[in-house]
Ligand binder design. Sequence first.
Ligand SMILES: C[S@@+](CC[C@H](N)C(=O)[O-])C[C@H]1O[C@@H](n2cnc3c(N)ncnc32)[C@H](O)[C@@H]1O
Length: 212
Amino acid sequence: MNQPHVERPMSHPTLPAGPLNFRQLRDNYQFLRGFVRNPARVGSIVPSSHQLEQRLVQLARLGEARMVVELGPGTGGTTAAFLQAMSPTAQLLAIELDSEFHQRLDAAMHDPRFNLELGSAERLAEFLAARWLPAPDAIVSGIPFSTMAPEVSDRVAATVARVLRPGGRFVAYQVRAHVADFMSPYLGQPETCWEFMNVPPVRVFTWVKPGR
Ligand SMILES: C[S@@+](CC[C@H](N)C(=O)[O-])C[C@H]1O[C@@H](n2cnc3c(N)ncnc32)[C@H](O)[C@@H]1O
């Protein structure tokens, strides 16, 4: 059967692990600028590593997902890796709070499966409804639960738990463990592992929403 043609993201074909190339250097520079603009919000000085991207793809089972949400795409390295792993007929909604990152992603990503919104992850349900998108099979999040206001973190956690399809996965990569304090009341205990091949090393938390 012929698969529909999907244009891969222009600015981020999946990059091989290896020496830094020009595109990575430019992304690292843009990311660092974002960190300087708002350290607490961006939460890291460099984008996620290839190893972390691939771990997220596997833990969130993105190859099987029809609807994927990314909270905090930043400069789009993770986004490109997710799109690369996803089926040609799946959809990705990315929600970014930083207007410069948003502008950059909007200009650079030309994949028909990619939907982008500017705003807080708290508005996830509203953004899905506005685009008539189905309940997500997977939500992947890099937003910093440890530095966000507790009421914001709680609203994001409640929304994620509500919109996720039963049996769907919430995967969060974090330096600290605060995300579990907010998420576990809604989705129970997560599976946790470390990704050391990242700057800095991060914990990756995976929740599966009960039901089917
Ligand atoms: C650690 S960076 C991750 C960037 C990218 N996904 C990566 O892994 O390289 C966190 C991102 O979350 C965004 N962010 C922080 N708070 C947010 C919120 N409440 N809603 C949406 N995005 C948020 C930041 O602007 C930043 O782009």
